[in-house]
Design a protein. Structure first.
Length: 414
């Protein structure tokens, strides 16, 4: 059941919007570790610390955002902003979560173009990653009790986790989890339904189909887009337009991890357009991985390499724009998904599969991050702090970064 809406008065709306703005601006600065870590941090902030949502509502939003293309954790931030402060919150949460990473990546891109390399951040990540492992594990502990309510869902989650660790595509696992649960729920309902005289369930069902036609773009539309782009820093407007449309296409159709993003960018910018070398693209993706916030800010780096600051801005706007539009549509149907038996079952299966994938990411991150007694101690200490206090995750991330930096400096000096 949906949580109560925010206060409809001007003071309530303004207060909620300020809360959303500052929360997601801060999360955009500290959200290291990829989508699973981002979701865990959002859960800590909006469910555990602030009580904006119930566990079930949070899970439903996680599941719903996994059903649409685009960066799932960014789309969850956008949806959470809408939950708290309606349409202004939707825009504010998304922009504030994306902006810090985009600015960092843009600055690193400028350094890269000027000096051919980016600053070393190994020490900071050495300390942050064990903290992120603990934050994900703690979120899973809270969410599992809500999501896995039956033996079937436990078995499904175990199967998805096993398949993921064996290398099965995560999108396929999400789809399979949702569809299998929907079919199983429908079969169970049919068996328990009372039968009529002829042995068939009473009543009959009809199927309604919707068809829609999508219009094609035209030269006029391209001209309208090209006009404002021509004003951007004296750059070639046709190149800027192609950059914008290519990133818009990627943002509208891409499902999956950063590796899928790499494949799309390589196909378009290295092979088809020839604007980047394979080495430049690898550097762009690595920068998107080690900066906080969405991995999709790799587009900022790519845009800067292609067309400087105007290209960075256009690429960032283009790749994230579909997420805002899709979540805007999703806000209108999320409650209906939970209210219908078949779609509720689909959402339960997707939720269970999504948690299994989060667990898989945590295991893989733990395997590469917990490499010595200090990193194990950081994870244990973070778990203890999460259990015994309501300390903000920003302080835990900052503490991990400080410990990691001090450790690496001490090792080099020694």
């Amino acid at each position: 059941m949906r949580d109560a809406p925010v206060d409809g008065g001007e003071t309530g709306r303004g207060s909620s919007l300020r809360e959303v703005t500052w929360l997601f601006l801060r999360l955009g600065v500290i959200a290291f570790g990829g989508p699973a870590a981002h979701i865990a941090m959002m859960h800590d902030e909006v469910v555990r610390r602030r009580g904006w949502l119930t566990e079930q509502r949070f899970l439903d939003l996680v599941g719903a955002t996994n059903l649409i293309p685009g960066p799932s954790s960014t789309e969850l931030a956008i949806h959470l902003g809408h939950e708290r402060a309606r349409w202004r919150g939707l825009v504010s949460a998304g922009v504030c979560f994306i902006l810090p990473a985009a600015l960092m990546v843009g600055a690193l891109a400028a350094l890269y173009v000027r000096y051919g390399r980016t600053p070393e951040v190994t020490g900071i990540l050495y300390g942050i990653r064990p903290v992120v492992v603990a934050i994900i594990a703690w979120a899973l502990f809270s969410l599992v009790r809500t999501a896995l309510r039956t033996r079937y869902l436990w078995l499904l989650a175990a199967g998805v986790l096993t398949a993921y660790l064996l290398g099965v595509n995560e999108l396929l696992l999400l789809a399979a989890g949702g569809l299998l649960t929907m079919v199983a729920r429908m079969i169970s309902a049919r068996r328990s339904r009372p039968r009529g005289p002829g042995g068939e369930p009473p009543g009959n069902a009809g199927d309604a189909g919707n068809t829609g036609d999508a219009g094609d773009g035209s030269r006029t539309a391209r001209a309208l887009l090209a006009a404002p782009l021509a004003l951007a820093g004296g750059q070639d407007p046709d190149q800027l337009l192609r950059l914008f449309l290519t990133m818009l296409k990627i943002g509208a159709v891409l499902y999956g991890s950063g590796y899928v993003l790499l494949a799309f960018l390589e196909g378009d910018f290295v092979e088809r357009l020839g604007w980047l070398t394979a080495t430049q693209l690898a550097d762009a993706v690595s920068i998107g991985q080690f900066t906080p916030g969405p991995v999709f800010t790799t587009a900022t780096f790519v845009g800067y390499l292609v067309a400087g600051a105007p290209g960075a801005v256009l690429a960032t706007v283009a790749i994230f724009l579909p997420s805002f539009l899709l979540v805007g549509l999703l806000t209108r149907i999320t409650d209906r998904i939970r209210s219908r038996a078949w779609s509720s079952a689909l959402l339960d299966g997707v939720n269970a599969a999504a948690l299994a994938l989060m667990a898989g990411v945590a295991l893989q991150l733990g395997r590469t991050s917990l490499v010595d007694p200090l990193t194990w101690a950081l994870t244990a200490g973070t778990l203890l702090a999460l259990w015994r206090t309501k300390l903000n995750s920003a302080w835990l991330i900052a503490a991990g970064a400080a410990v990691g930096l001090i450790s690496v400096i001490a090792t080099r000096l020694g």
